[in-house]
Design a protein around this ligand. Structure first.
Ligand SMILES: [Zn+2]
Ligand SMILES: [Zn+2]
Length: 244
């Protein structure tokens, strides 16, 4: 992957609790303050700043990593969702946990769907861009703050896009909400701590199985999925996880 000189991307290897601008540790304040994003200037309230007062909005913090995901999904021409997801999760810019997984799930499945249905590259790219717009609205850590994993909501984004569902839809409204609910029920079975890799595998398998059963697509997956990210995950539940 070619590196660009954008200030956001060059800071992307900082750990979660470090400032995305200068790398200093983040400080958690008791009361929120109004701040401007270092990159785009948008104003927001936050309780988390570095000593220098830097703040990067959600959209700027994700922009480059979302570009990488979209570009990999546009390029991929196969039908194996796990293979594509792992090839993206293997990239150094994709953190072990984080909101990149909110896009990863629908983007991977849209790539598989478009490839399986011989949908044109232009429409594939449009669908991926719309998935990005929607995934950007899912906040970091939403699994714990709202009780709905962002990867599961990604399943809803995927089915909403392929079935073109709106709020007044009679036919598929139930289907897409059930797809999200089924994924959440699977994720809930394994309890915490959260693992974005486990949730991503579960969300992708749920979506792939629904495409096979309900849409008659023939989509391969590996015989066994063994998580390759155990060493990087300090909170891995090891033998309690079905992918360990
Ligand atoms: Zn800073
Ligand atoms: Zn910004």
């Amino acid at each position: 992957m070619k590196e660009t000189k954008s200030p956001t991307i060059s800071k992307y290897l900082f750990r979660h609790n470090q400032c995305l601008v200068c790398g200093q540790p983040l400080i958690y304040k008791k009361t929120p303050t109004v701040v401007s994003c270092y990159h785009c200037g948008i104003q927001n309230k936050t309780q988390t700043l570095c000593q220098e007062g830097h703040y990067v909005c959600d959209e700027c913090a994700r922009r480059d990593v979302y570009e990488i995901i979209i570009s990999q999904c546009n390029k991929y021409s196969g039908l194996n969702a796990i293979e594509l997801a792992e090839s993206i999760m293997d990239l150094s810019k994709i953190k072990i946990h984080g909101p990149e997984h909110h896009l990863l799930v629908p983007a991977v499945m849209l790539a598989i769907w478009c490839n399986a249905k011989n949908i044109s590259k232009e429409i594939k790219s449009e669908l991926l861009n719309e998935a990005r717009n929607r995934a950007l609205k899912i906040q970091d850590g939403i699994c714990a703050t709202h009780g709905a994993c962002g990867g599961s909501i990604g399943v809803g984004i995927f089915f909403s896009l392929i079935l073109q569902v709106n709020e007044l839809d009679k036919e598929n409204y139930g289907y897409i909400n059930r797809a999200t609910a089924n994924t959440l029920a699977n994720i809930a079975k394994y309890g915490g701590p959260r693992c974005c890799k486990r949730s991503t595998y579960l969300a992708i398998l749920q979506t792939r199985n629904q495409l096979v059963e309900d849409f008659g697509l023939n989509l391969p997956i590996p015989n066994k999925i063994q998580c390759q990210y155990v060493e990087k995950n300090l909170e891995c539940t090891k033998s309690e996880c079905l992918f360990y």
